[in-house]
Write a protein that binds this ligand. Sequence first.
Ligand SMILES: [Zn+2]
Length: 261
Amino acid sequence: MSFSQAVFANNRLLAALPHKDREQLLTHCEAVKLDSAQMLYRSGELIRHVYFPTGCLISLMRPVNDSAGLEVKLIGNEGVLGFTLMLGVDVTPFHALVHGSGPALRMTAPAFLDELEHSPALQQELKRYLYVTMTQLAQNAACTRYHVVEARLARWLLMTQDRAHSDHFHVTHELMAHMLGVRRVGITKAANSLLKQKFISYRRGDITILDRAGLETAACECYRADKDIYERILGEEHTFLPHYRDEPIAPHSYSSGMDGV
Ligand SMILES: [Zn+2]
């Protein structure tokens, strides 16, 4: 595997592109390290860069009144930040806050738009990602309304583990409460329940996932729904790359298989 292939392999969207498109994109990317608590965008600001995370976690926060707002999406190496540019909108509706430090590939908005214009494969991949994102935002809205804090916290911990690619990460009760839009006492109660069941350990902000299967049973159905929609539309067994070069993709050309996460 070449250096560029190794870099792209760390972001699933980029790894799915044809070789030629990947190599071309890399010429416009710079590797950056993002730090925890770094604010990449503020809602309403111009999008100057697009980020493809390769080892960091980025929270999209929707501000309400003057508050920082609620986390509406978590982006790791399965996604991209700034994709609304492909809709012809160059301002962001969300704050984008780094909550897990690590590397990413970054390109300027003009370079991204130029690549997008010349790469049908990139267009198709990002359209599919947009569909997945819309579905996940809707799922998140329902989750916030209907599911209890403990189940939502279990879901959030699993999502973080998936994107951190580690059983161990640092996050305080205060940050978890902030992300889920609940009072800190609610997070403490939910976390204590997960501790008692030995699904996690927690010490001064250091969380370790001890029993992933158990945590999955504690999580609401939204965790599985999020993963299923991603794998069904963007997963490896449903890549559409051979079609990019020859013909448009039929709307229902993908399998309806849901397993493969
Ligand atoms: Zn839920």
